[in-house]
Design a protein around this ligand. Structure first.
Ligand SMILES: *[C@@H]1O[C@H](CO)[C@@H](O)[C@H](O)[C@H]1NC(C)=O
Ligand SMILES: *[C@@H]1O[C@H](CO)[C@@H](O)[C@H](O)[C@H]1NC(C)=O
Length: 367
């Protein structure tokens, strides 16, 4: 089922030509069925994803390609480059082309909760570019863009399906980027599923529950079932498995998070409906004056998320990869971090700028 994305990367290396014809009028080139003005794209098989052959800095430097790359992002929901050598400012310049809140002082996530995980997030940010958070596994030596050396471990021993920032922000981050600096020989793939496919797979009764529901999120992690599709139920082993990043927060009083419509009608691209659920952070689902919570809610969430597996892609990182995805349309999970080889360092830069749109549910619902 998992797409073999590395193979595509090899095929494209030959093809990655400079896009040097951008003179203010976009020349529409069509590469293997995908028309994107002036951008060279190779769409992946399945419902989402495209590899971009036009080098990232050429796009940033060419204003006439900016609309094209935004359109490609809306059409494919995940764009991927390989073989890039990017400075922090390059990563940031690209992310600022996509929808975000650019106002001074905007809170670029993840923020976390003070006394729980906010300090750990702050410790792994690039000092002069604090939109960039280091993620990975292993010892980060001194000298990486001024981040103090130390042992980085941001994964969990289980899967955890989620979308970034939904649980903590009224206007969640639209795009998340990951730039791969280095990898361990074994472990550290990232999994993606399509939340639009998850919506499409709902039966009528499930649509009756989710279409007009609001979800109340918490900002406190709970222990997860190994499937990543739900939290542990009452009476299941309570050993904390939220990972070292969240370990101090597990078991504390719940910090309330954001409330959103369960279903997001996507405002751009195909205008489809998406069901971006994050079981580690879900507290309650309110529908027509009734509230679902606890085991009943978790079992429902697990049942519908599991059907997203038909859209699953496993992304194996290579240094120089830059991947950016749409948190409104896709869910992701790390693979469990107990499968790493001891040697080497998995190091990625993650950016998620503050969002500028609150999720909007179906307009047939009275809210
Ligand atoms: C486009 O498709 C053709 C035929 O399937 C293939 O031979 C070619 O390599 C593809 N082009 C790119 C850029 O991948
Ligand atoms: C909630 O009410 C709407 C009509 O307003 C209905 O279509 C839907 O099925 C109801 N859902 C549940 C779970 O009661």
């Amino acid at each position: 089922m998992a797409a073999i994305i590395r193979v595509l990367g090899l095929a494209l290396a030959v093809h990655a030509a400079r896009s040097d014809t951008c003179d203010g009028t976009c020349d529409a080139r069509t590469i293997n069925g995908s028309a994107a003005c002036g951008l060279e794209l190779l769409p992946w098989d399945g419902s989402f994803g495209a590899t971009v052959a036009t080098p990232m800095r050429d796009i940033v430097d060419a204003p006439c390609l900016h609309d094209a790359v935004r359109a490609a992002f809306a059409a494919h929901r995940l764009l991927r480059w390989s073989g890039e050598a990017l400075a922090p400012d390059d990563e940031l310049a690209f992310m600022k082309l996509l929808p975000h809140d650019g106002s001074p002082g905007a809170a670029h996530g993840p923020q976390g909760v003070a006394g729980v995980d906010a300090e750990k997030y702050a410790r792994w940010r690039v000092p002069a570019r604090d939109e960039i958070l280091l993620q990975g596994e292993g010892f980060v030596p001194a000298g990486h863009h001024g981040v103090p050396e130390g042992h980085l471990s941001s994964g969990k021993p289980i899967k955890e399906w989620h979308t970034d920032g939904h649980y903590e922000a009224r206007e969640p981050s639209i795009a998340t980027s990951m730039y791969c600096v280095s990898v361990k020989p074994v472990g550290g793939d990232t999994l993606f599923m399509d939340a639009r496919v998850i919506y499409d797979e709902l039966d009528d009764a499930e649509r009756g529950v989710f279409d007009c529901a609001d979800i109340e999120y918490s900002r406190s992690p709970v222990s997860m079932h190994s499937s990543g599709y739900r939290a542990l139920l009452e009476g299941e082993s309570a050993a904390s498995n939220v990972g070292s990043l969240y370990a101090e927060g597990a078991g504390r009083a719940r910090a309330p998070g954001a409330t959103h419509p369960a279903v997001w009608v996507l405002p751009d691209g195909d205008g489809r409906r998406s069901l971006p659920l994050a079981p580690m952070w879900i507290d309650k689902l309110n529908i027509n004056g009734t509230t679902l919570a606890g085991d009943e809610l978790q079992l429902l969430v697990a049942k519908v998320l599991a059907r997203g597996e038909r859209s699953l892609k496993t992304y194996a990182w290579t240094p120089g990869d830059f991947v950016v995805w749409d948190n409104r349309a896709l869910l992701h999970s790390a693979t469990p971090n107990d499968g790493f080889s001891p040697e080497g360092l998995r190091l990625l830069h993650r950016i998620r700028l503050a969002g500028n749109l609150a999720p909007v549910g179906p307009d047939t619902c009275a809210r």
